[in-house]
Ligand binder design. Structure first.
Ligand code: ATP
Length: 272
C-alpha cells in the first residue's frame, strides 16, 4: 500500500535524560488535561496510513511525572497515537509538542536522544542477541559509563533480566521479553516512556508484576503514556486517561472518574 506516513523498521525506541534516580512529584492536573505544564502535547493530530484516516484530530496532554493511559477497543488508534509521537509515523495535520518544541517532523532516532522512549506492542526484541546486548542497544544514544550505570538500574528493576543476561532474547518467556522491551526502552533514560500493551498475553501474576514495575518507573521520575487493553489495571495505575474510539477521543478525565464512568465500565471494563 502507498503511504505518506514515514515508518522506520525497528519500532523499539529509547531516549536520553531525566528519568533516573530522583523521586518526582506529580504535577497537579485538571480532570481532563495536564494544564499549561504539559511535557507532551498533541494538538489536532490527524494520522493516515495511505488513504486510511486513523487519527481524526486528536488532542491530548501528558504532564510531567504523570501516568496517562489511552484506552479503547481494537483499531481505535492507540498504537497509531504512540507511533505518531515517537516519529514512526507522521501527523499529516496537527502538531506534537514535546517540552515546548514542535517535534512533528523530527526523526525517530533524534527523538530517542531528546527523551522519547517507546516500548512497542509485540516486544520487538532482538531475539538472536543476548539480554545484555539488547539492553546495550537501547543505550545507543549514551556513552559507555552512562550505559554501565543504566544497566545496573535496569537489572535492579528487573532481577530476572540480570539472571538471564547472557541468554539469547528469543529464548526468554513472554513476560521476560516484555521486561526486556521495557528495560531496553529505559536504557536511553527517557523523559517520557511510551508503553504499548505491556501486559498483552501475560499470565495474571506477571500482569500484576508489570504494572507494579510501571508504577515504580514512574516514581523514579519517568513520565508514562500507557496504551492498554487491560483498562481496569491501566486506570488503577494512571493519573488520567483518554478513551479513543475510531480515531477520536471521546472521553478525557481522571483515572478514578473514568473507572467509575458507566459508559467506560460497560464498554471497556467488561461490565454488563
Ligand atoms: P490494536 O490494539 O488492535 O492495535 P489500536 O487502538 O492500537 O488497536 P491502531 O493499531 O492504532 O489501533 O489502528 C488504528 C486504525 O489504523 C485501524 O483502523 C487499523 O486498521 C488501521 N491501521 C493500523 N495499522 C495500519 C497499517 N499498517 N496499514 C493500514 N491501516 C492500519
Amino acid at each position: 500500500m502507498t503511504t505518506d506516513a514515514t515508518q522506520t523498521t525497528d519500532a523499539t525506541q529509547t531516549t536520553d535524560t531525566a528519568a533516573t534516580g530522583t523521586t518526582a512529584q506529580a504535577t497537579p492536573t485538571q480532570a481532563g488535561d495536564a494544564g499549561g505544564q504539559a511535557l507532551l502535547r498533541l494538538e489536532n493530530v490527524h494520522t493516515y496510513y495511505g488513504h486510511i484516516h486513523a487519527l481524526k484530530g486528536i488532542s491530548l496532554t501528558v504532564g510531567r511525572q504523570e501516568i496517562v493511559t489511552l484506552i479503547g477497543s481494537n483499531g481505535a488508534g492507540k498504537t497509531t497515537t504512540l507511533k505518531t509521537i515517537s516519529g514512526l509515523l507522521r501527523a499529516r495535520v496537527g502538531s506534537v509538542v514535546f517540552d515546548g518544541d514542535d517535534i512533528s517532523t523530527v526523526s525517530a532516532h533524534e527523538l530517542v536522544a531528546r527523551g522519547i522512549g517507546h516500548a512497542p506492542e509485540g516486544r520487538r526484541i532482538f531475539s538472536r542477541l543476548t539480554v545484555l546486548e539488547n539492553l546495550q542497544m537501547g543505550g545507543f544514544t549514551r556513552n559507555s559509563s552512562e550505559i554501565r550505570e543504566d544497566l545496573g538500574r535496569v537489572m535492579e528493576l528487573f532481577p530476572r533480566l540480570k539472571e538471564r543476561q547472557h541468554q539469547k532474547g528469543g529464548t526468554l518467556s513472554g513476560g521476560e521479553q516484555q521486561m526486556l522491551a521495557i528495560g531496553r526502552a529505559l536504557m536511553s533514560r527517557p523523559r517520557v516512556l511510551l508503553l504499548d500493551e505491556p501486559s498483552l498475553g501475560l499470565a495474571p501474576i506477571l500482569v500484576q508484576q508489570i504494572f507494579s514495575i510501571i508504577a515504580e518507573i514512574n516514581q523514579q521520575g519517568t513520565t508514562i503514556l500507557l496504551v492498554e487493553q487491560n483498562a481496569l489495571q491501566a486506570l488503577k495505575v494512571a493519573n488520567r486517561g483518554y478513551v479513543l474510539q475510531t480515531g477520536n477521543i471521546i472521553l478525557a478525565d481522571t483515572a478514578a472518574n473514568l473507572a467509575a464512568n458507566e459508559q467506560v465500565r460497560q464498554a471497556y471494563l467488561g461490565e454488563i
